[in-house]
Design a binder for this molecule. Structure first.
Ligand SMILES: *Cc1c(COP(=O)(O)O)cnc(C)c1O
Length: 400
């Protein structure tokens, strides 16, 4: 930015109108600086961010250890291809392996890419006769063509056909429906332990256990898309530990590197060789900067005791919104899994986001009627209270 003139929010909006493809709905705000759960716009307004980085900034904006690690790395080595070894990538894989079910990592740059890797792995693992993958209504797996197809939400498919063959959709929460979809061409079941974009939908642990049993009976890979639930989000390192159901594959991205772009797929050492040399790659995957940031992210979470923080913060959000629910009949249900908070309304939730923005609070609404928060795990209790006060006032004032 050093030789650029600082633009106002309005000027930046104009710049986008001319030069940036308008495939996102964007607020007319130019964000310029962040620190923890605070973020500032070009006009100097400060916002409390309860949806930092769309889930990527789980340890807040500009986490100091990550900033330092990236600064140091960027001066030493920015990029080398995966035709070489680099210590950082190996160390990072070990840290992730030690905190999950053991096994090995493939690194990439996003959640969609991590899921693409898992899809390819499942097909390669079971050979050409078995290619079908069961996914779940309301799920979200990314925007590449295969992961869009895996995403069982018709609104994301419109106009994109023909989609990738071999995906079958089960209603979320119905084990029998999954059983009926399995045949001798099925190779995997892929599910988010908690549906994020689908509205913070939390299945009972017995359901995920049932999927584990089905996968075992039929020799299927059980893939957990942990792009949103992974890396400490639920108060456990990975969402599967929150439910105590171990999958064969997990995919990670979003908060994996404290806000730096990265993705990963992890699987057991027995399954990993199925992704044999030459069959998959990501040029930037596991690059030294991402690796340095990923290592610093894990260190931050452990040295600052942030997994423990999640438990008390989560209980705070839950109790505040449950209390509000007793006064507002338009609040249907409160759902929390660690730092995933969903408040389902009987009415349209989009005006709530706008009203909170006007009061310098950033939140999200998904599926039209679910107010969603993905707060940072190092949010202070004072910030949590401040944010809840605003949301509760806005929600109480809704006139359905
Ligand atoms: C965000 C998300 C993705 C897609 O991640 P990208 O980095 O945008 O490709 C996939 N799965 C889940 C569960 C997500 O929340």
């Amino acid at each position: 930015m050093s030789n650029l003139e600082a633009l106002s929010s309005q000027q930046t909006v104009e710049l986008f109108k001319q030069y940036v493809i308008p495939n996102y709905g964007r607020y007319a705000v130019n964000l310029v600086r962040g620190e923890g759960s605070w973020i500032w716009d070009a006009e100097g307004n400060r916002y409390l961010d309860l949806f930092p980085g769309w889930g990527c900034n789980l340890i807040g904006h500009c986490p100091p250890r990550v900033v330092q690690a990236v600064q140091k790395q960027v001066e030493t080595l920015v990029h080398v291809p995966n035709s070489w070894h680099m210590q950082q990538q190996g160390e990072w894989a070990k840290l992730l392996s030690d905190r999950s079910f053991g096994g090995q990592a493939f690194f990439c740059n996003s959640g969609a890419e991590a899921n693409e890797a898992a899809i390819k792995l499942a097909r390669l693992h079971h050979g050409p006769q078995r290619y079908k993958i069961i996914t779940f209504e309301g799920g979200f797996h990314g925007r590449s063509l295969a992961t869009t197809t895996a995403t069982a939400q018709p609104k994301y498919h419109e106009g994109l056909g023909p989609l990738v063959a071999g995906f079958l959709y089960a209603p979320h929460g119905d084990l029998n429906a999954v059983k009926e979809l399995i045949d001798d061409e099925t190779c995997a079941i892929m599910i988010e332990p908690v549906q994020g974009e689908g509205g913070v939908r939390i299945p009972p642990a017995s359901y995920l256990k049932g999927l584990r049993e089905l996968a075992d009976q039929h020799d299927l890979l059980l893939i957990f898309d942990e792009v949103q639930t992974g890396c400490g989000r639920t108060g456990k390192w990975f969402g599967y530990q929150y439910f105590d159901v171990t999958p064969d594959v997990i995919t990670l991205a979003k908060s994996l590197c404290g806000g730096v772009a990265a993705g990963a797929m992890m699987t057991t050492a027995e399954i990993a060789p199925s992704l044999r040399p030459g069959m998959h790659a990501a040029t930037f995957g596991g690059n030294p900067i991402a690796a340095a940031a990923g290592i610093a992210t894990i260190e931050t979470i452990e040295e600052e005791g942030l997994l423990e923080n999640v438990v008390s913060l989560s209980e705070f959000f839950k109790s505040r919104f449950e209390e509000l629910k007793t006064q507002c009949q338009w609040i249907r249900e409160i759902r929390t899994a660690g730092m995933m908070v969903g408040v389902e309304l009987d009415v349209d939730g989009t005006p709530v986001v706008q009203k909170c923005l006007e009061r310098n609070l950033l939140i999200n609404c998904t599926q039209g009627n679910v107010i969603r928060l993905l707060p940072a795990m190092n949010l202070s209790m004072e910030q949590a209270e401040q944010g809840c006060d605003v949301i509760c006032e806005v929600l109480s004032a809704l006139q359905p």
